[in-house]
Every structure is written in structure tokens, then in C-alpha cells.
Design a binder for this molecule. Structure first.
Ligand code: UDP
Length: 481
């Protein structure tokens, strides 16, 4: 599935609507690049909030719609209410904008719009597409296993097993077991207990791994997953995953799903251009050049997760004490203390010397592809997980919230290419995990398994592979609209 320019003037326009967060903008624009290389014209309709950078994709059209949202840093705690507000605010301006585009295309003889491809979290698009009588397709940017685990929670609600307060009604037997465990799941977040029990039917997830939100009430979370997974009028689902990684889950989903699903990922492997909202600091590549093969631990918690100053200190000293070279991304706003730099100067800088490099934002895909990088300490966002796997880099998993726990569990238990940090970050545990991954035989075996998986993924995106075939089927579907 190499990117080849196949401009066919008969190909129509696609309107893409990303959720305005880095982990969602990236796969949507990567998908746009792939479809553009197949001849489609691409117009990205985006919010003013976290607007993508048009100069990174000069071949696309970009149209900003007013969203009535102030530019602010959104933390994990604000995410669900923010997504809900976005969906409330964007429907009308989006509809007006689309109507103008349709009018213009008629007057100026531009390629007609074949369909709207929207991020699952921008669910308002479904009603608008229906109103303007255009087909729509959903892009899912999380793993298939995340879908199944969130769906299991929705099933319980639909069956009346779980009421809207997240407590159980009177049920017996196995279901009662599930419910009490689900109750304890909510308790994890509300009362601070933990649940190590495996979730029936969702191997290898434990209740503590389920992608529930600890923010707000269970009702807000249940409403969120209902909104993103509700079957609406969309004609298909594109998934940024593939058969190599998730075939059993994908098969299960296809059985439940009324429309076709197209697992065409990992999208970044086919469309590598950057869509970073923060300027990438390329000096870290120069630093990597000076390091030995497979020795550097790359550390990044993605674009939303944050740590408090105690965790930062434990991370820092775990890294320093491991004596392993590291490249650490500390994003602006990712530490809940403006004064965090002071923590890293008190003895830390001297202890680390030239052995560490800290940047605000890295060219992550390039970093992971660099021969010096031998491990990735990640929060297990789905993009980071896919990027690490497809470069054959084993991981230390420290999931922070939501689907990251599901991904982390799959990295350590299904693909067996990583170690999960289970408890609160503590420097001794961090140091041991780094040694296990970067030095011990166990880590070498994980690296070998990661390299094998990388090769299988490379085959899968080439001619004859399942991702390649799904992409062709997707194009056929769009052309049939
Ligand atoms: N990323 C990057 N540079 C960094 C950190 C992250 O380019 O320094 C990119 C990374 O390659 C990935 C995205 O940001 O594509 C983060 O998405 P992910 O799903 O991993 O996590 P999220 O930010 O959504 O929690």
C-alpha cells in the first residue's frame, strides 16, 4: 500500500472532520493523504480550536468552522464534557458550511462531494450528512478491543443490569458476578479500591483495565460511549487497526455490525507526513545520532496526559538511576506545576549529564524509527502504541486513562512486547522496569517479538495484505456512492 500518486480527475471530493486533538487529527489527516494519493480531492472541515496546520498538507483544502470554544489547554479531566460541547456547538456552522460547498461545487464545476468521513467523537456529523443528503463514514481511532470493552459496558446498561448511576439491579448467577465486579470497577474510581478480576469474555482485561472514565459521574461516561457507538446512518466504519493485531476482535465486531468495517491501519505507515500541532524539536535526532544501537529509552505520555510533580520526580530519578540513556518529551502543560523545572535541576542534571535529552515535543515517528531507540516508555495512546509496534520497539506501559489501559494490557499480555507499570510511579519500580526492558534477556525477547510483529505489519500493508485489500474495498465503496 505504498503511496503512489494516482490522480484520476473522475474522483470526487471527500470532506474530512477530525476531532481537534493530536491523537485524532493525525490518523484523520493520514487517511486523507492515502485517499488523496488514490485521486480524491480532500477538504478538511475543522474547528478553530486546535486547528490543524494547513501548510503541512498543501494538497488539501482546509475550511475552519466557528466553534464558540476558547483556546485553552484541555486536560484529561475536561475531555468528555468538552467533546459533548463541541458536538452541540458545531452542528449548525458545519451544516451551513457544507451547504455553501455544495452550492459552490455546482456553480464552479468543482468535483462533487462523495461523502463525509468523520471522527467517531464528532457524531453530530451524522445528522448533518443526513440533512444535506450525503453519505457518511465513521473513522474509529481507538483499538477494536477498546470498542468491545466499552460495548460490554453498554450492553450491561441496555440489559438494565447497570443503571444510570453505575449501580446494579437485582441479578443472579454469572451476571451478578459481572455486575458486582463492574460495581467494584466504579468503586475503583469512586472509593479507591481495585479489581484484579478478569472480565468474562474480554481476555486478558481485568476490571481495572476497562476503559471507564474516572471523571464526573458514570452517567457522563455512559452517555459518551452511547453517543460514539450509536448505530446511525453511516455507510461504513474505517478502523485504524488491522488483522495482524486484532483479527479476533475485528471478526467479533463485524458480526455485531450492520455496516462494513475497514481495518486499513496502521495509517501512519502508509502516510508518514507530520501533522503536529506543536513544533517538533529535531535537535533530539542529532542527540540520538551519538547514542549506541538499541540503548535509548524514549519517554512520552502523548498530547493530553499529565503527571503531578511527585510522579515527575519519581520518573526523573528512576530514569537517572537506571543509567540508561533517555530521550524524554515533557510537553508544555503536562506537569501540574509551573515550577517543575526546578525539580529537575536539584542534582538531577548532574546525575544524568549527557545521558539524557529533554524536549518539549519530538518528531515521534522518526524517533521510534531511529536505530538508537531500544524502548518506549509510553502512556499507550493508540497512535503511540501502533507507531511503536510498527517500528519494532518494545514498551514500558504506564497507561493514564481511558483506552490506554486496554492497549497497555494487550501490549504486555497479548503481543508480549512490553512491561506494564502497575502501581503508582515509584523510582525503584521505574529503574527495575527499565533494566528488564533495556538490559535483561526478557527485554531482548520482547524486542525480537516486536520486530517480528513489525515485519508482519509491513507485509500486511503491501499488495496482497489485508490492510491493502481493505483499502481497495473502501475505495470501491466510496466510488459506488
Ligand atoms: N507525538 C509527537 N511528538 C511527541 C509526542 C507525541 O509527534 O513528542 C504524536 C505521536 O506520534 C502520536 C500522537 O502525538 O501520533 C499522540 O497520540 P496518542 O494516540 O498516542 O496519544 P494521545 O495524545 O491521544 O493521548
Amino acid at each position: 500500500m505504498e503511496m503512489e500518486k494516482e490522480h484520476r480527475s473522475s474522483h470526487p471530493r471527500l470532506v474530512l472532520v477530525p476531532l481537534p486533538f493530536q491523537g485524532h487529527i493525525n490518523p484523520m489527516l493520514q487517511l486523507g493523504s492515502i485517499l488523496h494519493s488514490k485521486g480524491f480531492s480532500i477538504t478538511v472541515l475543522h474547528t478553530a480550536f486546535n486547528s490543524p496546520i494547513p501548510s503541512s498538507y498543501p494538497e488539501f483544502g482546509f475550511v475552519s468552522i466557528p466553534d464558540n470554544l476558547s483556546e485553552q489547554l484541555i486536560s484529561a479531566d475536561d475531555l468528555l464534557p468538552f467533546i459533548s460541547l463541541l458536538n452541540l456547538n458545531c452542528g449548525v456552522p458545519f451544516q451551513e458550511c457544507l451547504a455553501k460547498m455544495v452550492q459552490k461545487q455546482e456553480v464552479e464545476n468543482e468535483p462533487s462531494i462523495a461523502c463525509i468521513v468523520y471522527d467517531e467523537c464528532m457524531y453530530f456529523c451524522d445528522a448533518v450528512a443526513k440533512y444535506v443528503k450525503l453519505p457518511s463514514i465513521v473513522l474509529r481511532t481507538t483499538s477494536a478491543s477498546t470498542y468491545l470493552s466499552r460495548n460490554a459496558i453498554l450492553q450491561l446498561k441496555a440489559e438494565g443490569v447497570l443503571n444510570s448511576q453505575g449501580t446494579s439491579t437485582n441479578i443472579q448467577g454469572a451476571v451478578a458476578y459481572l455486575i458486582s465486579a463492574l460495581e467494584s470497577l466504579f468503586n475503583i474510581f469512586y472509593l479507591g479500591s481495585t479489581s484484579q478480576d478478569l472480565v468474562p469474555g474480554l481476555h486478558p482485561l481485568r476490571f481495572k483495565d476497562l476503559p471507564v472514565s474516572k471523571i464526573g459521574t458514570p452517567e457522563i461516561f455512559l452517555q459518551f460511549i452511547t453517543n460514539i457507538y450509536k448505530t446511525r446512518t453511516s455507510s461504513a466504519i474505517i478502523w485504524n487497526t488491522n488483522d495482524v493485531l486484532e483479527q479476533p476482535s475485528l471478526q467479533e465486531i463485524q458480526k455485531q455490525c450492520e455496516v462494513g468495517i475497514f481495518p486499513v491501519g496502521p495509517l501512519h505507515e502508509v502516510a508518514p507526513a507530520s501533522s503536529s500541532l506543536i513544533k517538533e524539536d529535531n535537535s533530539c535526532i542529532t542527540w540520538l545520532e551519538k547514542q549506541k544501537q538499541n540503548t535509548v529509552l524514549y519517554v512520552s505520555l502523548g498530547s493530553v496526559a499529565s503527571v503531578d510533580k511527585k510522579e515527575l520526580g519519581e520518573m526523573a530519578w528512576g530514569l537517572a538511576n537506571s543509567k540508561q540513556p533517555f530521550l524524554w518529551v515533557i510537553r508544555p502543560g503536562s506537569v501540574d506545576d509551573q515550577e517543575w523545572k526546578k525539580l529537575l535541576t536539584e542534582g538531577f542534571v548532574e546525575a544524568v549529564g549527557e545521558n539524557g535529552c529533554i524536549v518539549k515535543w519530538a518528531p515521534q515517528k522518526e524517533v521510534l524509527a531511529h536505530g538508537a531507540v531500544g524502548g518506549f516508555w509510553t502512556h499507550c495512546g493508540w497512535n503511540s502504541t501502533l507507531e511503536s509496534i510498527s517500528k519494532g520497539v518494545p514498551m514500558i506501559c504506564k497507561p493514564c486513562f481511558g483506552d490506554q489501559r486496554v492497549n497497555g494490557r494487550h501490549v504486555s499480555q497479548v503481543w508480549r512486547i512490553g512491561i506494564q507499570l502497575e502501581n503508582m510511579c515509584e523510582r525503584g519500580e521505574v529503574e527495575r522496569a527499565i533494566k528488564r526492558l533495556m538490559v535483561d534477556k526478557e527485554g531482548k525477547e520482547m524486542r525480537q517479538r516486536a520486530k517480528n510483529l513489525k515485519e508482519r505489519i509491513q507485509l500486511d500493508i503491501r499488495e496482497g495484505g489485508s490492510s491493502y485489500n481493505y483499502l481497495n474495498k473502501l475505495i470501491e465503496l466510496i466510488m459506488s456512492f
